[in-house]
Ligand binder design. Structure first.
Ligand code: SAM
Length: 220
């Protein structure tokens, strides 16, 4: 029987020591591979110097610093998060930055942005919501993007968890329970229904993680 999840099953609202040491924890959990992985993933975003980028669940701001290298003094990045420790770290990191700002804003409520961004990026956040809230987040991204802009999702890929090797099943026992629901969903089909029409997928970590870029339809 398929279990029914509620948002209270989620572990995506990281707080306390886990949030304060989040970047270090990621490096340790991935046996030191995270810096190489995330640099490659940001490269796959195909950022152009004048891009305007909206980041959902911007965390400590680590990924935004890597994106900044491609902007080279143009464009802008707006990060949204709600975790107090995450906001404290990222707002301190970009306190004097001319075009990176971080705001305390929920991403699972209707956002005010309309066709203002070239890219919306979300990494290891979408899996942590019930499907109904994932749809709200996708709708926010769709509205915020200019036609032809890309919604870029870095998260777990789709796979059959039950038939996966034991280390994967063991890791998912420790992960947010909603991640188990997420890997069983056809994300591209959901995105297509919400106005995205072209996809590029980049696998990572033996295909268990993927960067999926979905293009917002250009209506002619
Ligand atoms: C697993 S962390 C990932 C952080 C970052 N994206 C990264 O890859 O390093 C999840 C992030 O989502 C944020 N978050 C959780 N629920 C949120 C919500 N409803 N609105 C905005 N941010 C949220 C958390 O505070 C945390 O920073």
């Amino acid at each position: 029987m398929t279990p029914t999840y509620t948002q209270s099953d989620s572990k995506v609202e990281v707080s306390g020591a886990e949030a304060r040491h989040y970047d270090l924890l990621m490096n340790l959990i991935t046996a030191g591979t995270y810096p190489f992985f995330i640099r490659r993933a940001v490269k796959e975003m195909r950022i152009r110097p004048a891009d305007e980028i909206l980041v959902f669940g911007s965390g400590t701001g680590r990924n935004l610093s890597l994106m900044d290298k491609y902007l080279a003094g143009e464009g802008r990045i707006l990060g949204l998060d709600i975790g107090p420790e995450m906001l404290e770290q990222s707002q301190r990191r970009f306190a004097h930055h001319p075009y990176i700002t971080i705001e305390n804003q929920r991403i699972d409520e209707t956002l005010p942005y309309q066709e203002e961004f070239d890219k919306v990026f979300i990494s290891f956040v979408l899996h942590g919501f019930i499907q109904q809230n994932r749809l709200k987040i996708i709708a926010n991204a769709q509205r915020a993007l200019r036609p032809g802009g890309e919604f870029i999702i870095l998260d777990y890929d789709e796979f059959d968890l039950a038939s996966s090797p034991w280390p994967v099943r063991f890791a998912f026992n420790l992960e947010c329970p909603l991640a188990t629901d997420f890997v069983g969903r056809d994300l591209q089909a959901v995105l297509r229904e919400q106005g995205f029409d072209e996809f590029r997928a980049h696998p990572h970590y033996f295909g268990y993680v993927r960067l999926l870029a979905a293009r917002k339809e250009v209506v002619r």
